[in-house]
Design a protein around this ligand. Structure first.
Ligand SMILES: NC(=O)c1ccc[n+]([C@@H]2O[C@H](COP(=O)([O-])OP(=O)(O)OC[C@H]3O[C@@H](n4cnc5c(N)ncnc54)[C@H](O)[C@@H]3O)[C@@H](O)[C@H]2O)c1
Length: 349
């Protein structure tokens, strides 16, 4: 294995542009090949990175100069393409969500395990030093016993988003489709918060009750969702998510919140902490910025850490199992909303 991880990019739409920049900025990774079925989205990236392009994924999978693939396609293709890549011996870094259903997620995880390739999910929490500091504090007991969690994903997505995302790089309607995207704001955006809270707290969900609907947007997927979660330690979580919320989230209302018997943490920018028992020399019962050292979770850091893990034969910072855990809560929430009653985890796939 070379000192640099050579990536083949599968899907060169909106987010691939940013991830290619992240790969380029990472000291241990390089963009080596670009693939998309639409030749028109390959041209600008090919010119910038000066690497071969193809419209056939098989050409990436069979290329001996590619070590890993980064999959940034519509959600329903994550698992099928990841499975093909793993069978060809390529390490897999897949965009969130890992899949649109648990069966696909399991097949992808199992195929990577059986073929001996590493599987990572492109979450940012696991590579964010602020989230890591919050995690250390929580595990050291600074917040006491965890009793509640609040997660929000509130946006006012413009009409054009549903035909091509925020940048309109690719004219496409997959984001509107339940079959292609798996759902709306919950699986598209709140998936990050579910992963972040799980990674930072270690809490696992045992029951979900959700209500969701499409109330203000002419699309198939949900634009409004509320859910209550019960965690295995007894803590209670709430989710509020919406993609048609005028004003979106006020800056003071961003970031997951974690409440304990001795304080709380807001994982915003910057992260904040409130403690009833402050360290010597500072006042109790006050808010302060949660200080940390190290990189903020961005795409270059996500790539650097994934490449480092693969090159050293270790597990990536965000694993396939991490991807599956967030997806399981999402699937449970959708089932709950459909049936109008709480759903227990673990789910039968
Ligand atoms: N846009 C964002 O801000 C953002 C941020 C983080 C993660 N993501 C995730 O990245 C993924 C892609 O989202 P996007 O916004 O870039 O979408 P997009 O529609 O802009 O790009 C998807 C690309 O996949 C290509 N594609 C379709 N079928 C393909 C196939 N069979 N093989 C290879 N490529 C194929 C499309 O032609 C398109 O270029 C999604 O999982 C999304 O949730 C997006």
């Amino acid at each position: 294995m070379p000192a640099e991880l050579r990536f083949g990019i599968i899907g060169c739409g909106e987010i691939a542009v940013q991830t290619c920049a992240g790969i380029s900025a990472a000291p241990n990774a390089t963009v080596a090949m670009l693939m998309d079925p639409r030749p028109e989205v390959l041209a600008d990236l090919a010119e910038f990175y000066g690497v071969p392009t193809t419209t056939q994924a098989e050409e990436v999978f069979s290329n001996p100069d590619i070590d890993a693939v980064y999959i940034a396609t519509p959600h329903d293709l994550h698992a099928p393409l990841g499975i093909q890549a793993a069978r060809a011996g390529k390490h897999v870094l897949v965009e969130k969500p890992i899949a649109t259903n648990l069966k696909d997620a399991d097949t992808l995880i199992e195929t990577c395990r059986a073929t001996g390739v590493k599987l990572g999910v492109a979450y940012l929490a696991q590579v964010d030093a602020g989230a890591a500091q919050a995690r250390d504090y929580i595990h050291a007991g600074l917040l006491g016993d965890l009793i509640a969690v609040r997660m929000t994903a509130l946006a006012h997505k413009p009409d054009y988003y549903w035909q091509g995302g925020y940048t309109r790089r690719v004219a496409t309607t997959w984001r509107q489709s339940k079959a292609r995207a798996g759902g709306g704001i919950l699986i598209m955006n709140l998936v990050h918060d579910l992963n972040t809270v799980r990674w930072v707290t270690g809490l696992e969900v045992q029951r979900v009750y959700a209500e969701y609907d499409t109330l203000a947007t002419p699309v198939e997927v949900e634009d409004t969702l509320g859910a209550v979660l019960r965690y295995t330690n007894g803590a209670i979580g709430v989710i509020q998510a919406g993609s048609a919320m005028p004003g979106g989230a006020h800056k003071d209302a961003r970031g997951p919140r974690i409440y304990g018997t001795k304080g709380q943490i807001i994982l915003g920018d910057p992260p904040l902490i409130y403690r009833t028992e402050a360290p010597e020399g500072s006042a109790p019962n006050t808010w302060s910025e949660l200080r940390y050292s190290g990189p903020k979770g961005d795409r270059a850091e996500m790539i650097r850490r994934f490449a480092e893990a693969v090159l050293n034969g270790q597990e990536p910072p965000a694993t396939g199992e991490d991807g599956r855990k967030a997806l399981e809560i999402i699937v449970a929430a959708y089932r709950s909303g459909e049936m109008g009653r709480p759903v227990e985890l673990p789910l039968e796939t």
